[in-house]
Design a protein around this ligand. Sequence first.
Ligand code: ADP
Length: 334
Amino acid sequence: MAKQRVFSGLRPTAESPHLGNWLGALNQWVNLQDEYDCFFSIVDWHALTTSYDDTTALRENTLGAAINFLSAGLDPKKSPIFVQSHVPEHVELHILLSMITPISWLERCPTYKDQMIQLGKEGKDLSTYGFLGYPVLMASDILIYKASVVPVGEDQAPHLELAREIARRFNYLYGKVFPEPQIRLSEVPMLPGIDGRKMSKSYGNFITMSAETEEIKEKVRLMITDPQRIRKTDPGNPDICVVYAFQKIFNSEETSKIEQSCRSGEIGCVECKRILIEKMDQRLTPIREKRKELANNPGLVEDILADGAARAREVARQTLEEVKEKMGLLMPKE
Ligand code: ADP
């Protein structure tokens, strides 16, 4: 039986993906590689939807994301790893799908309004054509590979819903081409940032996957704990504590012990943070080392990306042919 197809992507909007990207997406991708036919992309056009005003680091960030894909354990022999803009077929499908996508579907998308407000406060103008069309581009990324499974964090659920609606509308208007892609959440669908909001590159509350020990220490020290807890002996409420959310992930064997001693006021936040720093550092050290090794060999990473784009294009071209045929476009003479 043919393996089910998976597509997922990550925006190169920072020097390195953050722990939310790793635990919510990348780490899950690694586990899917054998069971599914996977395509993984560094979606640079998506990065431009919000970071169009400063592209000085885009190239470097794109390569950095690829290095992190590889250091997190993705195997380019199993799954093509490629840069979105190296596969221009995505854009052609995007324009075709934009013809059948009502603007109201895009305007009512909760992430559209939310990011406009959040980033608007920082002075960013997101009233652009490109940002409104983000979900159409994402639908194109997924549908061009006819992916039926999309492993992403919870924040992407509304976009996936839109991708399904667009696929359904296309299939209804022109005949069936696309499967309706389903979301697949990881064990960590929403990692909080150090301030308690969703960890996001856009909110500046993140810890990167490549953070050195000193940076981990600094960020964990800034993490928000139970605000009612003033003295060490005050009983704490782990349910509202960012450090506890991280303990559950990085120190699962000791979670129940830590929970009890927090509630009873036996362990203070400083000690709890010290334990967490140690555990996080242990987990991130091998990734960091692999990253350094790859960073010294950018030629190898670029070769992997070129091979990934070539393999992705082969599939993308076939879908596009089928789409154009169904939509009634005149094909150029061979
Ligand atoms: P960001 O929101 O930081 O700009 P992206 O939009 O590039 O990140 O998201 C890349 C992937 O990482 C998506 O699958 C997204 O759902 C996932 N992701 C992002 N932030 C988090 C988070 N805080 N917790 C879990 N998954 C996340």
